[in-house]
Design a protein around this ligand. Structure first.
Ligand code: OVV
Length: 410
């Protein structure tokens, strides 16, 4: 499946290495349903591979994915972190001030959001979220069998996160479809994008309306962002877009992070037993689940010049896709990468990215996951799949539609 094409630029003295070519549809249903074989082929083909179908350059190895993530000068975000190149086509929504920008524009919004979502700022939520998780899990455990996607993975973030942001209670059903379309839109304009397109304006208008100062309750993350605008840390024009990032990146991601964790423990009974014996492993369990499943599978960058990667050259202005999910299972970096293993140290995984743009909401995600896992550990003896789980296909998220579980209570 891999052939070799000559690289485009060939300086006389430093001949670029040959560039492997792969014509697989990286966003086709076959790969989205089971990306493992494609990821392995990509990693084995070389440090960088040309994906001929989309005319983009792909990184599947941990070393190069990590290197690209931390080199924001050479690998820019400002032209978009999806397939679409904002230098050539207009974005479908005003670009995010966090995700789709580079320094120096990126920095003020980042500093503001880092403070708003810091472990310190989240301390006041810990008790409440622990209680919310216990209530939810008590409700769910009235049945021995339930679908953990709607019952827990969706229900918990939807119960705690919009309240923490401080939006109203009306219209919250827009959050998941908005996020689903957003994450599809980082990929090509395939049938998944077409399916979301008819209602994207409706979801987008609702989300945008929640970002106004008047829409945000005092005490929440949203109000804290507006307070930063009042202090002059960001401009009043920036504030609503920073709030929008919370509503964009904070829901589907944590839903699928929780789903990944629940899937992991349901399919690894020995690891569940270990967690029961050592609840302090709850923290590492979530990070290992994020490494193992990589709910966010990929992001793109744009080359800001002719960029050398492993001896090959990516030409100026071209798009580079970083397969986070492939890097997180690269055997060059991880021992037995396909095993969900609480004995390993998953730190350094790129499931939250790395470098300047590394997930600013990761402490929120960890707190949500720990709250839910703790409540389950207190109440559940064993957990297993009751039926075959069902994937939800998305161009950039590795997601579950359904995760039927059977539990035995303590
Ligand atoms: C990491 C992420 C995903 C989706 C949207 C955003 C960020 C945003 O900032 O809007």
């Amino acid at each position: 499946m891999s052939t070799t094409a000559p690289a485009t630029t060939t300086p006389a003295t430093t001949t670029p290495a040959p560039l492997p070519v792969d014509d697989t549809d990286a966003f086709g249903e076959e790969v989205l349903g089971d990306p493992g074989p494609f990821h392995a082929a990509l990693r084995d083909a070389g440090p960088v591979v040309h994906l001929s179908r989309y005319d983009v350059y792909a990184l599947g190895r941990y070393e190069q994915v990590h290197a690209a993530l931390v080199d924001w000068q050479a690998f820019a975000s400002g032209a978009g972190v999806g397939l679409s190149n904002f230098r050539r086509e207009p974005p479908w929504r005003p670009p995010s001030l966090l995700l789709e920008t580079d320094p120096p524009h990126h920095d003020a919004p980042r500093v503001v959001l880092e403070k708003v979502l810091s472990p310190r700022a989240l301390r006041r939520l810990r008790e409440q979220w622990a209680a919310d998780a216990r209530d939810l899990v008590d409700e769910v455990l009235r049945e021995e069998e339930f679908d953990a996607v709607p019952a827990i993975a969706e229900a918990f973030p939807l119960r705690v996160f919009p309240d923490a942001v401080g939006i109203g209670t009306e219209g919250r059903e827009h959050l998941l479809p908005y996020g689903d379309h957003l994450f599809n839109a980082f990929g090509p304009a395939n049938s998944l994008v077409a399916r979301g397109a008819p209602r994207r304006a409706e979801h987008g208008a609702w989300v945008d309306a929640q970002c106004a100062r008047e829409a945000l309750r005092p005490g929440g993350f949203g109000a804290a962002i507006w307070a930063a605008a009042d202090r002059g840390d960001i401009t009043p024009a920036q504030a609503p877009l920073v709030v929008r990032s919370l509503l964009s990146a904070g829901v589907d991601t944590t839903v699928q992070g929780l789903a990944a964790l629940l899937h992991a423990v349901a399919t690894h009974p020995a690891q569940w037993a270990r967690l029961r014996a050592e609840p302090r492993l709850a923290r590492v369990a979530f990070d290992e689940a994020v490494r193992w499943a990589s709910p966010v599978q990929l992001f793109f960058r744009t080359a800001t010049g002719d960029v050398r990667i492993g001896g090959a050259v990516v030409p100026d202005g071209e798009k580079i896709v970083m397969f986070l999910g492939a890097a997180n299972r690269d055997p060059r970096r991880w021992e037995r990468p396909d095993e969900f293993d609480l004995g390993r140290d998953p730190s350094g995984h790129v499931g939250f990215g790395m470098g300047l743009h590394q997930c600013v909401g990761q402490h929120v995600a960890r707190l949500e996951a720990e709250s839910v896992l703790q409540a389950l550990l207190e109440r559940v003896e064993t957990v297993e799949l009751a039926e075959t789980p069902r994937r939800h296909l998305n161009n950039t998220m590795r997601a579950w539609a359904s995760l039927p579980l059977r539990v035995r209570r303590r």
